[in-house]
Design a protein. Structure first.
Length: 317
């Protein structure tokens, strides 16, 4: 346990209200006596009444009446406080005896490989990277430093490539690799295919959720966010800081400029070029405001058709 003042000093944060004792961290819905929680909006503050204290952004300082910490990143601060209090994190260390590591693989200092994970021939893994249980890293793939690869991820599996031939579909071999740069996190059951030639690339600092499919020769820029169940088709190129929301589909050979945001369930058509800094939405992806306007109009269509029919009846048509 820690006093709120001790937490404030440790994290160099502004404090207000009584100097209460903090014994844990919890979300708003579960926070009780002794817990520190966070609220990012004024409307959420009433839900924090049972908590010992709340972390708020600077713009909510005046709205808080009880004990509080002020942070520009309340959610991050809550995680930091959890560490200060010694709350358990999911951690694994070392090489598990059941892991299969090819003798030609090169693992830097401090790499962790979990149970039943597989590291193939000539794989290179940077320092401090964690490979969780059941993950598979295929031959010659390159993994940077401080990456986290969660359970059942497959990096470097053969891409989906076929061409019609005299005997039906002919399989095209894939001679390339996957290159994962530093500080990338890859969620459980995600697959990243090796390139036909060259490399499929995931840029530094990018965070990928569970159940994502990244096809051969895709290039993802640094510090991007790819949410669960996204599918990115072959040779698509995503710039820096791109955000792709859940269940979106990115067509082959698309180009998404820096800072592009793709809304949930959006379909970006093959070979589309999305300008930097724009937000796209809709099944057949387009600029978000246009897509939303079309959806609103579509919902009004049944009522509009009734009015048309009534007009035609009155007109005797």
């Amino acid at each position: 346990m820690m006093k709120l003042s001790e937490v404030a000093r440790a994290l160099d944060l502004e404090r207000s209200g009584d100097d209460v004792t903090i014994t844990g961290v919890a979300p708003l819905e579960m926070a009780g006596p002794g817990d520190l929680t966070f609220a990012g909006k004024k409307s959420l503050l009433p839900r924090a009444v049972r908590a010992a204290a709340v972390v708020v952004p600077p713009e909510l300082t005046a709205a808080v009446t009880g004990p509080a910490l002020v942070s520009a990143t309340p959610a991050v601060t809550l995680g930091q406080v959890g560490r200060l209090l010694g709350m358990a994190e999911l951690t694994v260390t070392g090489i598990h005896p059941s892991a299969v590591i090819d003798p030609s693989a090169r693992l830097a200092e401090g790499v962790t490989v979990g149970p039943l994970a597989v590291v193939g021939p000539e794989v290179v893994i940077g320092p401090g990277t964690v490979i969780h249980a059941g993950a598979v890293i295929h031959a010659r793939c390159l993994i940077g430093a401080r990456c986290i690869i969660h359970s059942n991820v497959v990096v470097g599996g053969e891409g989906f490539g076929y061409e019609p031939g005299p005997r039906g579909l002919e399989r095209i071999p894939h001679f390339g690799i996957v290159r994962i740069e530093d500080d990338v996190e890859i969620g459980a059951c995600t697959t990243i295919d090796r390139a036909r030639f060259g490399a499929t690339v995931v840029g530094a600092g990018t965070k990928i959720d569970n159940l994502v499919q990244i096809a051969h020769n895709v290039q993802i820029g640094p510090h991007s966010v790819i949410v669960s169940q996204v599918g990115i088709a072959g040779s698509a190129r995503l710039g820096s800081g791109v955000q792709v929301a859940g269940q979106a589909g990115i067509g082959d050979h698309c180009v998404l400029g820096d800072g592009v945001k793709v809304a949930a369930s959006t379909g970006v058509p093959p070979r589309a070029e999305v300008p930097p800094g724009t937000t796209w939405g809709g099944w057949w992806g387009q600029e978000y405001r246009k897509a939303w306007t079309e959806q609103v109009a579509l919902r009004k269509l049944p009522d509009f058709m009734k009015r048309v029919e009534e007009f035609l009846k009155k007109a005797g048509a």
